[in-house]
Design a binder for this molecule. Structure first.
Ligand SMILES: Nc1ncnc2c1ncn2[C@@H]1O[C@H](COP(=O)(O)OP(=O)(O)O)[C@@H](O)[C@H]1O
Ligand SMILES: [Mg+2]
Length: 609
């Protein structure tokens, strides 16, 4: 046997000893306090638990030199001040039962002790029912009377002075300050009813006044644009309630820096929740773009374990599936409504910014619900369904419908039609339309693709996609792979509205296609569906790969570029968009239309300036 490398050789052994108290606290502090922002987070939790209405945070050197958090909460009685700094001492739970239903931010009784072990801490408090205030010096334990109003101030100086290794990991003051502000913002988003202010080196850097509505606080902390470019989420499913706002796909960013999720008022980062959000955006978001959102999940505390991590940023749900579904549906439903038509309410940034390219999209789609009460809720009824359509006029089964069958009652079309009235087609690619805000530009293929896709999805949800037999089967020379797939998937194809059968060992015949796609090239459609099916196990493909399949089919069925449309057909497409869920994005997450306001057009021509 060769000798162990020296690093693995047993060190000279010391006898087992209990660690000194101070060292235990310093070790524990490492788990709770990573940087100044962690201290800010813990002190804010305490202030909110104490019922504060107004919280003031004062910082120096990014929080490394000083963090002071002052609140007007219920305060601490004199005798309890020393206890507050003891490890595992808390007023928030007394039993395991309390822990299981805990409603406060804190409960572990370790934050102040941890901070006291790695910084100079002092605590000043006046209990709400007392008429005098006291200050406690964390180092010496000295208690002395002071004068102050009801509430508590915790001052933390020289963070990590006793653990220089940690101090070396800190970034610049500016970075630490940014993290501290972010910690306050997270709390502010959870509690719009509480006022917050942040000072750095004696200067006010953020101030959020107590607000009576969550949207007000969202606008104050994340900007008016966040609210304008997001939709309200409100969904209840069993014991789970999800509320808040979800950004429209257009507002997605390259970084995940505007994603806030709260569980019972606590900011969390959780895999189940993150995945649920991601999957809700899957159908409408392009590539790696990061959606923005502020979502608030309320659930019976007994159904979620918050005691997973010392910083409580992770949680564990008793029923992860239930939560995942609720979140996913909440967002999907909120995003599904087409948003055309209420642009006026949105202070959109200019559409054209040719000279200053922006990192994030500067144009906007109007981020407000297309309202069903405008009389277009039953717009679908204006269009004959696939079935009757194909029965009546097989040749134009899927063609873009011309103008509405039912004349629109409104005298002012612009008001009634959010996407306006078609004017012309540009380069065989875009439809130009006019609405009350100005010019609407529609990518006709992208828009139609979404419409066809949503229709196919709805049909497949029902049972099977309505199929239309071809008068003359379309035959094509197939590869052995294609023939094999067609045979293996013979049972699956009809549910997709397709009938593809071998005609000879090297030839396949397409005998029926989905009515919705009757206008497209049946051979091209058959080939791409077979190619997709070849990747999957035939028995499960319709459940598992349903959306990709339908998306492929929709792409074939959608109107092609360079196809001349009549004005009636263009209007037909616009009306369909208004009535189709998720029609603001194509199946690949790209926008299908843009609004250019009159104001933007005016500024292009320097009119009225
Ligand atoms: N700002 C405050 N106002 C009133 N009481 C406070 C405040 N901060 C801390 N306390 C008291 O000190 C105790 C210990 O605080 P902490 O160490 O953060 O543990 P925890 O919050 O988990 O109870 C709290 O349980 C609370 O009773
Ligand atoms: Mg605490």
């Amino acid at each position: 046997m060769s000798a162990l490398p020296s690093s693995l050789a047993p060190a000279a052994r010391r006898p087992i000893r209990e660690l000194p108290d101070e060292l235990i606290s310093q070790i524990a502090a490492g788990e709770v306090v990573e940087r100044p922002a962690s201290v800010v987070r813990e002190l804010l939790d305490n202030a909110l638990d104490a019922g504060a209405r107004q919280v003031t945070v004062r910082l120096s050197a990014g929080g490394v030199r000083l963090i002071s958090v002052e609140d007007d909460g219920q305060g601490l009685p004199r005798d309890e001040l020393p206890l507050a700094l003891r490890r595992h001492a808390t007023s928030k739970i007394a039993s395991l039962n309390d822990l299981e239903t805990v409603g406060t931010m804190g409960f572990r009784g370790e934050a102040l002790a941890a901070i006291n072990a790695i910084a100079e801490l002092s605590l000043q408090s006046r209990f709400h029912a007392a008429d005098s205030a006291f200050a406690l010096d964390g180092r010496t334990g000295e208690l002395r009377p002071v004068a102050r109003a009801a509430g508590t101030t915790v001052e933390v100086r020289e963070l990590f002075f006793a653990t220089p290794a940690r101090r070396k990991f800190l970034k610049t003051d500016a970075t630490e300050l940014a993290h501290c502000i972010e910690a306050v913002r997270r709390h502010a988003l959870a509690r719009p009813d509480v006022g917050f202010s942040v000072w750095h080196e004696g200067r006010l850097v953020e101030q959020w006044r107590a607000a009576d509505a969550r949207d007000r606080r969202l606008a104050d902390t994340l900007g008016e644009g966040f609210v304008a470019q997001s939709v309200a989420v409100e969904h209840a499913a069993g014991p789970v309630r999800v509320a808040g706002r979800a950004g429209i796909p257009d507002a997605a960013r390259s970084r995940a820096d505007q994603q806030f999720f709260y569980v019972n008022g606590r900011f969390v980062r959780d895999k189940v929740l993150a995945h649920a959000v991601r999957s809700a955006y899957e159908d409408v978001l392009h590539g790696q773009r990061q959606p923005v959102y502020a979502l608030y999940l309320e659930i019976d505390p007994a159904r979620v374990d918050v005691n997973v991590h010392p910083t409580k940023i992770e949680v564990r749900f008793r029923d992860g599936r239930e939560v995942h579904q609720a979140v996913r549906h909440a967002i999907e439903n909120a995003l599904a409504a087409p948003r055309a038509g209420e642009a006026a309410a949105v202070a959109a940034e200019p559409f054209f910014k040719p000279l200053s390219p922006q990192p994030e999209p500067s144009w906007t789609q109007p981020a407000i619900h297309f309202a069903a009460e405008r009389g277009l809720g039953d717009a679908a009824a204006m269009w004959p369904s696939e079935r009757s359509d194909s029965a009546a006029t097989p040749a134009t089964a899927f063609t873009l419908p011309a103008a509405p069958v039912k004349p629109t009652p409104a005298t002012d079309d612009d008001q009634a039609w959010p996407l306006g009235r078609a004017l012309a087609q540009l380069q065989g690619i875009y439809i130009l339309a006019e609405n009350s805000q100005g010019l609407v530009i529609v990518d006709m293929h992208a828009a139609h693709e979404r419409i066809v896709y949503e229709r196919l999805k709805t049909q497949l949800d029902g049972a099977a996609i309505a199929s239309q037999p071809l008068l003359i089967p379309a035959t094509f020379a197939a590869t052995p792979q294609e023939v094999a797939t067609a045979e293996a998937c013979a049972a699956v194809l009809p549910s997709l509205g397709l009938e593809i059968t071998p005609f000879s060992p090297r030839t396949l015949a397409v005998r029926a296609v989905p009515g919705t796609l009757a206008d497209g090239d049946p051979v091209e459609l058959a080939r791409s569906v077979l190619a997709e099916l070849a990747h999957h196990d035939a028995s499960t493909v319709v459940q598992r790969a349903q959306n990709e399949l339908l998306s492929t089919m929709a792409c074939h069925g959608a109107v092609r570029a360079n196809r001349r449309l009549t004005i009636d057909e263009m209007n037909g497409l616009l009306r369909q968009m208004e009535a189709t869920e998720r029609s603001d994005q194509c199946n690949h997450g790209r926008p299908t239309w843009r609004q250019v306001s009159i104001r933007e057009l005016d500024s292009l021509f320097m009119r009225g300036r």
